[in-house]
Design a protein around this ligand. Sequence first.
Ligand code: SF4
Ligand code: SF4
Length: 325
Amino acid sequence: MSEKPKVAFYWCAACGGCDEAVVDLAEGILDVVAAVDIVLWPVAMDFKKADIEARPDKSILVSFINGSIRSSEQVEWVRLLRKKSQLVISFGTCAGGGGIPALANEFSREEILKYVYETCPSNVNESKVRPGPTPVAHNGDGSALTLPELHEQVRSLDQVVAVDYYLPGCPPTPKIIAAAVGALLSGKMPPPGTVLSPDKALCDECRRKDSKPADLSLAEFKRPHQMHIDPEKCLLAQGLLCMGGSTRSGCEALCPEGNMPCTGCFGPTSRVRDKGAKVVSAILSNIAADEPEAIDKILDTFPDPVGTLYRYGFSKAMLRRKQDD
Ligand code: SF4
Ligand code: SF4
């Protein structure tokens, strides 16, 4: 009997939602477990780093890696998995573009550490101790136990190791995970580098699309809690910042179906180089004012510009990241 293919799951700077999404395959996970041997899944099973180090190179068919990269430990792990795997799949939008953790790139590392360990009002840390790579204790064999180093920036997975495929979403939906696993096991994968979700805008699969006006006239940006939302009409036409026009489809418009605007978690389509710039360009050409003062007044209602425009992909934004002097 031939051996089953080996599969690894790993998480870096992540919330756990991507691992939860694997469990959300429900009874489908039984088919996955029957078809493969899981050799690493820290959130669910007790494997050690030494187990992976002992494996021959390329002996794992595929590693699914979620979360963005900020620490020395995460860099070590993803390099190890890259070496031991034939394929690496970037799983979820944190791995793909930095995700929510990458919004930390708005601040320098020093600003973050200073606030968290010194000036945050809820902290008591008179000696201003900060965690770091200095040895904090000793292992049983006498070797030093150190904490990982926090790197200057939050990076996407492909800014650290080569990635073969991308599964988008925050988290990816069970449907696109199951489709990717099916394609892998049948050997029918698309060309390397492919994002495993349709390369068309979410508006195309949204049932509200017929009420999306060709020419918008944006006089104010509203947040969902500030209004009664019409459950049938395009959300953008109602003044909510719905990102469906620049976001890749594949989620079946779950958020608009739930009466919430799309926040862009499936990332951009291949035609969009910088998601934030694309949305700004679309908005500015649809503002219902001509005079600078009136335009500014409308733009003042735009909620949390960086957090809205770059919520999932700040590691890959064309904007420069903030660095320590
Ligand atoms: S992509 Fe979303 S669900 Fe996955 S780790 Fe990041 S924040 Fe969590
Ligand atoms: S509600 Fe959003 S996703 Fe749906 S058609 Fe309007 S802009 Fe597009």
